[in-house]
Design a protein around this ligand. Structure first.
Ligand SMILES: NC(=O)C1=CN([C@@H]2O[C@H](COP(=O)(O)OP(=O)(O)OC[C@H]3O[C@@H](n4cnc5c(N)ncnc54)[C@H](OP(=O)(O)O)[C@@H]3O)[C@@H](O)[C@H]2O)C=CC1
Ligand SMILES: N[C@@H](CCC(=O)OP(=O)(O)O)C(=O)O
Length: 416
């Protein structure tokens, strides 16, 4: 079968499944999610074998990227628990809100409905396959998933478990389908078929997004790179600042919500930078600083212009001393990727200005940028972190996979 015919088959099946999923009962969707949690736990050894094949083929990956490819017992337990949590969440579909009686006698409100079919392209991280599948099921959508090529064996094994769980609950297997080839031509076909796909969710770096932006004939919700900042203000609790910035940079290096750039107000630079530099040095984090940073941090190397806009996904951080909150905000809005940025401060007006003026999907006060995550925000799981301003912004959970339609209830009223 040609790739085009294969992708059309997936699309046709997804479209049919979406109709059934939109009408599926909450009980059936929850049964599928609980079956999925159970089957994931039972399939531990088989999944470990599939994942070992992926890891063996990806020996050249850096440590952080290998970490995200791993589907170990802890990751499996977490995704299984995530399915149970999503099952326990209220079903958003069919909810009617805001009903108001109009002078004409009609009542007008809004009903939450699934988007239909979403296509998702994402990195080599097998747990995302389950997070996307479980959110698709609960939100009554169908989806076509195209995971990173290094994770193909793990994803195929996971997709089979998802299909079996859907079937067990009397729901269509095609509600969640995985593209079974790593051929990137499949991505081109997925993003150019509005008859089968209602929205595309690309989750990845600049190369992916450039292609999608140039070729997509389907609406896109971009989940792009994270050049996240932590800004240490002039008035600050230094112990808290060290703890928060350390976590934001070093808790994990590969995620898009890790801090890549540290800005420090000049009034605190001499007190703060040597302290955080000592932490980074012990953890092997390379520091690339402005001239004022170099004077305070002997181990740092000179940053070049490109560093301010670079997402390292590695133990590297750029550091700049700024004169004011205004300079920090302007720097973030110019060089950041509008993903997640944080201020560390004890000054309330400054915190409020940062929240209002930094143009990012998540803005934080005295918290690690690593918190930008659907699970941490109470969404149960996440499709990813949207760097678009619409249809959804920041961590995308169940509601982000739905839209509202108008509902009008009458008793024979006619328009005069
Ligand atoms: N905002 C968010 O929610 C998230 C953002 N990210 C971002 O993703 C990036 C890291 O992940 P990484 O794996 O390097 O991302 P990539 O963009 O390299 O890959 C992600 C996915 O896109 C595919 N892809 C990439 N380029 C193309 C192309 N030109 N045509 C078709 N498919 C393509 C990859 O396929 P293949 O396997 O063939 O390379 C993979 O499936 C970082 O920038 C990170 O910030 C990561 C996670 C979440
Ligand atoms: N929301 C996720 C981050 C998602 C992400 O960036 O993933 P990845 O780039 O694959 O490490 C988390 O904090 O775990």
């Amino acid at each position: 079968m040609s790739l085009t015919a294969y992708m059309d088959d997936l699309g046709r099946a997804a479209r049919a499944a979406a109709t059934q999923m939109a009408a599926a009962s909450t009980a059936a969707k929850n049964t599928a999610l609980l079956a999925l949690a159970r089957r994931l736990r039972e399939a531990g050894p088989a999944l470990a074998e599939a994942n070992a094949r992926d890891l063996a083929c990806s020996a050249e990956l850096s440590g952080p990227l290998r970490d995200r490819l791993k589907l170990d017992a802890k990751t499996l337990a977490t995704v299984a628990e995530g399915c149970e949590q999503i099952a326990a969440m209220p079903d958003p579909i069919g909810e009617i809100t805001g009903v108001k009686r109009r002078p004409t006698g009609i009542s007008v409100g809004q009903m939450r409905v699934p988007l239909g079919v979403f296509g998702m392209i994402y990195e080599s991280r097998p747990n995302v396959t389950i997070e996307a599948a479980s959110l698709a099921i609960k939100s009554g959508n169908a989806c076509i998933l195209r995971g990173g090529s290094e994770a193909i064996h793990s994803n195929l094994a996971l997709a089979e478990i998802v299909s079996a769980s859907l079937e067990e609950a009397g729901l269509p297997r095609a509600a969640v389908q995985l593209v079974n080839t790593t051929d990137r031509a499949a991505v081109g076909l997925l993003i150019s078929r509005p008859q089968w796909v209602d929205v595309i969710i690309p989750r990845g770096g600049k190369g992916l997004i450039e292609r999608i932006s140039a070729e997509a004939k389907v609406p896109v919700i971009k989940h792009l790179d994270g050049n996240c900042h932590s800004y240490v203000d002039a008035e600050v609790d230094l112990d808290l600042a060290v703890k928060v910035v350390d976590n934001a940079k070093t808790q994990k290096y590969s995620p898009c919500n890790a801090t890549e750039s540290l800005l420090v107000h000049a009034a605190q630079a001499a007190a703060f930078l040597p302290r955080i530099a000592a932490v980074f040095k012990v953890k092997g984090v390379e520091m690339r600083g402005c001239l004022r940073t170099l004077a305070l941090v002997p181990g740092a190397v000179a940053a070049v212009e490109e560093d301010w806009s670079t997402e390292y996904l590695a133990p590297i951080i750029s550091i700049k001393v700024v004169e004011s909150l205004d300079e920090a905000i302007a720097h973030i809005n110019r060089y950041g990727s509008h993903h997640t940025d944080a201020i560390v401060t004890t000054n309330h007006p400054n915190a409020m200005r940062f929240l209002r003026e930094v143009d990012s999907a998540s803005v934080m006060v005295n918290a690690s940028t690593r918190f930008a995550d659907g699970f941490e925000y109470g969404l149960g799981a996440e499709i990813g972190i949207s760097t678009d301003k619409f249809h959804a912004r920041g961590p995308v959970g169940l509601e982000g996979l739905t839209s509202m339609k108008w509902v009008v209830l009458g008793q024979g009223e006619v328009r005069g």
